[in-house]
Design a protein around this ligand. Structure first.
Ligand SMILES: NC(=O)c1ccc[n+]([C@@H]2O[C@H](COP(=O)([O-])OP(=O)(O)OC[C@H]3O[C@@H](n4cnc5c(N)ncnc54)[C@H](OP(=O)(O)O)[C@@H]3O)[C@@H](O)[C@H]2O)c1
Length: 368
């Protein structure tokens, strides 16, 4: 059995689920049996501090950290924890205690500021796994520096646990040429569109997405299209396109009349947009179409926005919070290669991270 040390930045919804998966009987044991690897947590960090133990944190210590975070507490208040307010600071604490070669660092934060620490970890010979999209959607030079080695994996950044990045890399590695990528990249926007198409009002659909825990605490973070833009940028950059986030043209799924309000005012005035949205649904239905928030990477500037699409087509048939990514290539030209399924959720996102950790343990770090 090979012991692979890993550390985790971000013990939030996704990070906690990852730790629970690894601690549980089924996943942890199956990985040991099938892969011959035991992932050993050596550092857990949140935005205030970290717990570190190069020999491996005990299950009791991991459980304490999980309980603290579930109770909205901070790791820094746990016995033996150290303060650190940046990923670089906690990484320095870890590096002072162990050699990172062959270990894996997981960024499950939603922070803009982890990139320097990720680069340091790669430089030190570690593998890095991201569910955090932000490091890959900053300046192009930062994306290029991070992705110059396959020791950085980021399957969970697009489509959560769906094999989107591995499919794209497989097509590119095997010499296929991507002609277009199209799809629905947001579980939250898919959920709202599906509700609108069923005849629900815009205000009810947005509030239900919030209640169900699909939307961000401020639903405009989803509705503005930025999350879709980040995913579209990652896929475009992997295809070799030299784009910045500001080059993408995404249209918010928020009527202009509700621009610039506080969150409370926005939620209170949501019903003002109901008639306009219902009218768009009616017009689409008249053409046997439905509304869908579609990203299209084929144009010189990738776009995202609400469109009416064929109700019987792959985009129109999408249900619930599912994502679909259609790859049109030289080899897949008449029928695209499509990847479809739940594109959000803690368990599937943690599963995407775990798959990357296993790939790293098997393929990359094993040969260093
Ligand atoms: N949920 C999904 O379905 C999904 C799908 C795909 C990708 N993702 C991405 O996965 C990431 C995590 O999502 P989530 O839902 O778990 O978010 P979350 O619940 O908000 O958790 C984020 C965590 O990051 C921590 N953090 C912030 N800065 C840090 C730092 N410098 N060092 C260490 N930890 C730090 C926060 O600590 P504090 O608790 O101290 O604030 C928090 O625990 C996000 O980037 C998200 O976009 C999520």
């Amino acid at each position: 059995m090979r012991r692979v040390p890993f550390w985790l930045w971000g013990v939030g919804g996704v990070g906690s689920t990852l730790l629970r998966l690894l601690a549980g009987e089924s996943a942890g044991q199956r990985i040991r049996q099938r892969v011959g690897v035991e992932f050993v947590p050596v550092m857990l960090a949140d935005s205030q501090g970290y717990l570190v133990e190069p020999a491996g944190l005990t299950p009791a210590s991991v459980e304490q950290a999980l309980a603290a975070k579930e109770g909205k507490g901070s790791i820094v208040n746990l016995p033996g924890a150290r303060p650190a307010t940046s990923a670089s600071e906690s990484l320095a604490g870890l590096r002072a205690r162990m050699n990172l070669r062959g270990a894996i660092g997981v960024d499950a934060t939603a922070s803009d500021a982890t990139a320097p620490a990720l680069l340091d970890a790669l430089e030190a010979g570690a593998g890095v796994v991201l569910s955090n999209k932000r490091p890959l959607t900053g300046p192009l030079a930062q994306f290029q520096a991070l992705t110059r080695t396959r020791r950085l994996r980021h399957e969970a950044t697009v489509g959560a646990g769906l094999p989107v990045i591995s499919t794209l890399n497989g097509l590119l590695d095997s010499g296929d040429r991507i002609t277009a990528i199209q799809g629905c990249f947001s579980g939250t926007l898919g959920y709202v569109c599906a509700a609108l198409n069923r005849g629900e009002s815009y205000s009810a659909a947005v509030l239900r997405a919030m209640e169900a825990g699909y939307a961000e605490p401020d639903p405009r973070d989803d509705l503005c299209g930025l999350d879709v833009a980040r995913k579209a940028l990652i896929l475009s950059r992997l295809c070799g396109r030299a784009l910045e986030l500001s080059d993408l043209q995404v249209r918010p799924m928020i009527p202009a009349r509700l621009d610039g309000l506080s969150k409370e005012e926005f939620l209170r005035r949501l019903p003002e947009a109901d008639a306009e949205m219902a009218d768009m649904v009616r017009q689409a239905a008249g053409r046997k179409q439905v509304l869908s928030y579609v990203a299209d990477l084929s144009a010189p500037a990738p776009t995202g926005g609400l469109q009416s699409v064929d109700a019987a087509g792959p985009l129109g048939r999408l249900a619930g919070t599912d994502n679909i990514i259609l790859f049109y290539t030289e080899r897949y030209h008449d029928t695209p290669l499509s990847v479809q399924g739940p594109g959000a959720g803690r368990a599937v996102t943690a599963s995407g991270i775990l798959t990357d950790m296993i790939t790293l343990a098997r393929e990359e770090l094993g040969h260093d």
